[in-house]
Design a protein around this ligand. Structure first.
Ligand SMILES: [Zn+2]
Length: 175
């Protein structure tokens, strides 16, 4: 289980959801493991910080990511007739292990990928801001060199695409 983003910053999964809303961290032969001890369920034998929720009690599934993101709930319904993919409802027999069906898991995977999209776009802004700052430093250096070589503020302003006055205001103090 689990999907990892290209930058390794995000690991997501299709979590089974306990009646109290807790998403699964893992599963065992006994049931679905959720983190935390509430006393409502048996603690897991291997992982004492986790409780075991019986498969039949799982109320649905939702995307989870270790960054804290949670997707919208896919509800588990009590009969096949009540299942409706377009309304995020799926049926699973009470006797089955309470993993999301392949169809729901694929949909949750898409939702998880969608939660990465704005973060990847922001990474693009970050890279551009770095380039922008470096270009600004290069501009300052070349202006200083031009001034030292005898260029006028009019010449420098024209080269930058701003007025003599603006060029003077921006760089005169740095000379
Ligand atoms: Zn994430």
């Amino acid at each position: 289980m689990g999907w990892v983003s290209n930058d390794n910053e995000h690991e997501g999964w299709a979590a089974a959801v306990a009646p109290d809303g807790r998403p699964s961290a893992s599963s065992s032969g006994e049931g679905i493991l959720v983190q935390g001890i509430t006393g409502r369920y048996q603690p897991d034998k291997m992982l004492p910080d986790y409780e075991v929720v019986p498969d039949r009690e799982i109320i649905g599934w939702r995307g989870a990511c270790d960054c804290g993101w949670r997707g919208e709930l896919w509800e588990r319904v009590p009969s096949p007739a009540a299942a409706d993919f377009s309304r995020r409802r799926d049926y699973l027999s009470p006797d089955d292990v309470a993993h999301a069906s392949n169809e729901v898991e694929d949909a949750i995977h898409d939702e998880w990928k969608a939660h990465l999209a704005p973060l990847e776009a922001v990474a693009g802004v970050e890279a551009a801001a770095r380039d922008y700052s470096q270009a600004g430093e290069r501009l300052d250096k070349t202006v200083a060199a031009a001034k030292a070589a005898g260029a006028s503020w009019t010449d420098i302003g024209r080269a930058v695409g701003i007025s003599r006055q603006s060029a003077h205001e921006r760089w005169a103090d740095r000379q």
